[in-house]
Design a binder for this molecule. Structure first.
Ligand code: UD1
Length: 417
């Protein structure tokens, strides 16, 4: 199993390029199932989750060809079997995103029920209720969701909570349904809008994506298209926090500041100087960071996927911060690992009290989930001495070449097998 060795203490400085967004790439790849013509996606990030999705799509019958310029073409002419097996779903919950497109295209689908995960129970009941409202017959048999519908019908669906992949699954299914579907309480995440833009380029009629009401007028068929995946706002935010925590100065090429409003406001409150350019963000941290309170909520509020990284920043900031996690019930696992590095954190329910300390000290820590791993890397970059981050397969799921990019910014970091 791979580990990262980090010799902390130095500021990050320099330029790196932001990759395509993982959470946009995964649903976009599933959108290829909606058409028998090729879908070409540019700016695809090289990540474990993306290769898992390629394997899952290949299992279903989709042919994928990669080009050297970060592009993938997905050809779903022949669907061999509308099935997402347990061994793939268990490693990547986003596999549930094949359910809506498969059902809409093939009239049936069998998808393994994703189990619990490190950050909470994460049910998919809203995906299923929505599809049922569109006329699907759904049952759970031997751990698999079995869904059937000769043709889905448009419906008015109001989800009980804001769900990102739920919105995406239903939006994709509705594209081929008969009639119009209206999704109320829809997720407003930019990745939902990116997906809607691609679906529309494929001939779909999606209106309102990016707001909390999305109307989808079903069409008979979709055609092929070419689409460039949006930049990864969470990768961007992670590198900005790493630069702020180390007192560095970085410029992130290809970053889109308009996707990161809530995060940039918090970094500004922490004392960072931020310059927004048309296709880049520059950040300089000329002083010791100040504590910032964080409360996660659906977009456009502060993203849960940036909570762990801010906990690392608050751990070495001046003052005390209150971090409230409202999306997932068990997303503070990193606090115990940060404490191994000397952080002073008290967790009670969904609230963490982080008292800034003057320094962290290197130790061996274990990554528990994707963004938790990123917070440990940030803490390792700040800590005195050597930090070993174990179980970094979580990081590889969502960060493209993280150690190479950090090394490019001057970090002393290496991967050992
Ligand atoms: C997506 C992101 C993930 C991010 C999360 C919240 C992808 C591939 N993943 O995950 O990185 O952390 O959004 O921004 O885009 N819920 C239910 N029933 C459902 C669906 C959701 O109870 O059917 C609950 C979840 O348990 C959670 C909340 O709703 O408490 C939000 O989850 P959701 O937005 O669905 O997260 P994901 O789409 O899985």
């Amino acid at each position: 199993m791979d580990r990262l060795l980090i010799e902390g203490g130095g500021p990050l400085s320099g330029e790196v390029r932001v990759s395509g967004a993982k959470n946009a790439a995964l649903p976009l790849m599933c959108a290829s199932l909606l058409t028998s013509e090729p879908l070409t996606l540019a700016n695809i990030p090289h990540l474990k989750d993306v290769s898992t999705m390629i394997r899952l799509l290949a299992r279903i019958g989709v042919e994928a060809s990669l080009d050297e310029r970060l592009g993938v073409t997905l050809d779903s002419r022949r669907i061999a079997e509308p099935l997402a097996p347990y061994d793939l779903v268990k490693t990547m919950r986003a596999s549930i995103l094949v359910l809506g497109p498969l059902l809409a295209r093939c009239g049936e689908a069998r998808v393994s029920l994703p189990g619990g995960c490190a950050i909470g129970s994460r049910p998919v009941d809203q995906h299923l209720k929505g599809l049922a409202k569109m006329g699907a017959e759904i049952s759970v048999e031997q751990g698999y969701i079995a869904a059937r519908a000769r043709r889905l019908r448009g419906a008015r669906i109001a989800t009980d909570m804001v769900t990102v992949t739920g919105t995406e699954n239903l939006m994709m299914a509705a594209c081929l349904a008969q009639g119009t579907t209206v999704l109320e309480n829809a997720a407003r995440e930019p990745e939902v809008l990116d997906l809607a833009n691609c679906l529309n380029a494929m001939g779909a009629r999606v209106k309102g994506a990016g707001t909390d009401v999305i109307a989808i007028q079903g069409v008979e068929r979709l055609h092929g298209a070419a689409h460039a995946i949006m930049p990864d706002r969470i990768e961007t935010g992670t590198f900005l926090v790493a630069a702020a925590a180390t007192g560095g100065a970085v410029r992130l090429l290809g970053a889109d500041a308009s996707l990161l409003d809530a995060v940039l406001v918090k970094l500004g409150d922490a004392g960072a100087d931020i310059a927004v350019e048309p296709a880049a963000i520059a950040l300089r941290m000329p002083r010791k960071p100040k504590s910032v309170n964080v409360r996660t909520a659906p977009y456009p509020a502060f993203p849960t996927d940036m909570q762990a990284q801010f906990m690392a920043l608050d751990a070495i900031a001046e003052g005390t911060a209150v971090i409230v996690e409202t999306i997932f019930e068990n997303r503070f696992m990193h606090s115990l690992e940060l404490q191994r590095l000397g952080a002073d954190i008290e967790v009670s329910g969904n609230t963490a009290l982080v008292r800034g300390v003057t320094k962290l000290q290197g130790a061996t820590v274990m990554a528990t989930d994707l963004r938790a791993s990123a917070s440990l890397v940030i803490a390792g970059l700040v800590a005195e001495g050597e930090t070993t981050v174990d179980r970094i397969y979580h990081l590889d799921r969502g960060y493209e070449c993280i150690e190479e990019k950090l090394a490019q910014l001057g970090a002393k970091i290496r991967r050992v097998h």
